[in-house]
Design a protein around this ligand. Sequence first.
Ligand code: ADP
Ligand code: MG
Length: 452
Amino acid sequence: TWGQARETLQTTIGKNNFQTWIEPLTFVSCEGGVAEFGVQTSFQGDWVSRNFGDEILRQFEKLGAPVDRLKFSVHANRPARVAPSAPAPETFVSKPTRAAAFSDDTVIGAPLDKRFTFDRFVVGKPNELAHAAARRVAEGGPVSFNPLFLYGGVGLGKTHLMHAIAWELQTRSPELKVVYLSAEQFMYRFIQALRDKQMMDFKSLFRSVDVLMVDDVQFIAGKGSTQDEFFHTFNALIDQQKQIIISADRAPGEIDGLEERIRSRLQWGLVVDLHPTDYELRLGILQQKVEQYRAQYQELKITDGVLEFLAHRISNNVRVLEGALTRLFALASLVGREITLEMAQESLADILRQSDRKVTMDEIMRKTCDYYNVRMSDLLSPKRSRNIARPRQMAMWLAKLLTQRSYPEIGKRFGNRDHTTVIHAVRKIDELKAQDSQVAEDAELLRRMLEA
Ligand code: ADP
Ligand code: MG
């Protein structure tokens, strides 16, 4: 059965994960409901159980195998090259016992991630406002920001902050019914209630919570009846002065297909965004992660240089950043070596390639127009007055710096200009940057905005 389960895992957890984590496992035995695997380090065992344990159990279950526990033991005969620092060489995972959100065992919320707490949330310029707002809401008291609407791109910490609020509220006021779920789960439960003719239950359940958090609300935009029901729930709770916290990947005004009445209601409270991470924040997050790992696995070594490299080269998305670090640790624990810059570059080649931000010509032109307050049509026109020619030259310079476009290609995009014009523009800006601090500053700011 392990052979079969293994087969499916390849597709369910992805090839990369499979190769890094599942392939090195050795299947030992399956007795009395416990499937035992051999691992080389306790780190490996912990990692597999924490991240893929549930999935492995699910596969066993699908195959009808009588397994309800996994055991990971550090190989005795093949000594780990990195000595496990944790005294317990075994890790167990049991079938998930879902924490009931309600005492009457009607579960409507999704489980919370233990790691998503406030003390594990690193605060920097890009997220300080969102963090402060989340803190305020988590402190409870008189409802101040209702609803709280958090938005921002993928992997910037929206879900983390929502869970942190939920944890904090539950600690402070265990009597509160705090429900967290994704908009998708909301829809799913709604459809289920419709199908089972249990709309009354559905309504009373959702209307009886004290704090409702709905993650990734953009998901229900355009989904007619779900949106309607969400709106009614929302209104009922707000009327009772219950706290609502919503997240989305965009601002309320930018979510297509969202009904106007919902949009305006969402904007009633406080709308805060999580900005793309900057270098300092990325470095801070990496350092925190390293500390956490070190507390458990003292043998893991990584230099500041490698962390700085990661913070520089890996995009905004914190999830990707964490993934990169984890891969390095995994590698170090498997090969038993310190993590060097070369190792990082080599083993993260795919991630690095992906996150080399591809700035488009269009973005460059738009941002430059915004920055200098000129119209796009002017940028493309034959006009040569200084207030238009300078921004145009700057945009060409940025295009050369940040894209792979050739001079003729750039010229073409700028109102069919000749490639020599572009060459001239690039040279001109380079010259000016050296002489004119304003130009240097403009160039630097624009570059940073585009690379963010
Ligand atoms: P989103 O919901 O915005 O897509 P998540 O909240 O799921 O993003 O965050 C993605 C990952 O990055 C999570 O593992 C989260 O813990 C981590 N993360 C994001 N922002 C921070 C931060 N400021 N400090 C620490 N970890 C963070
Ligand atoms: Mg999320």
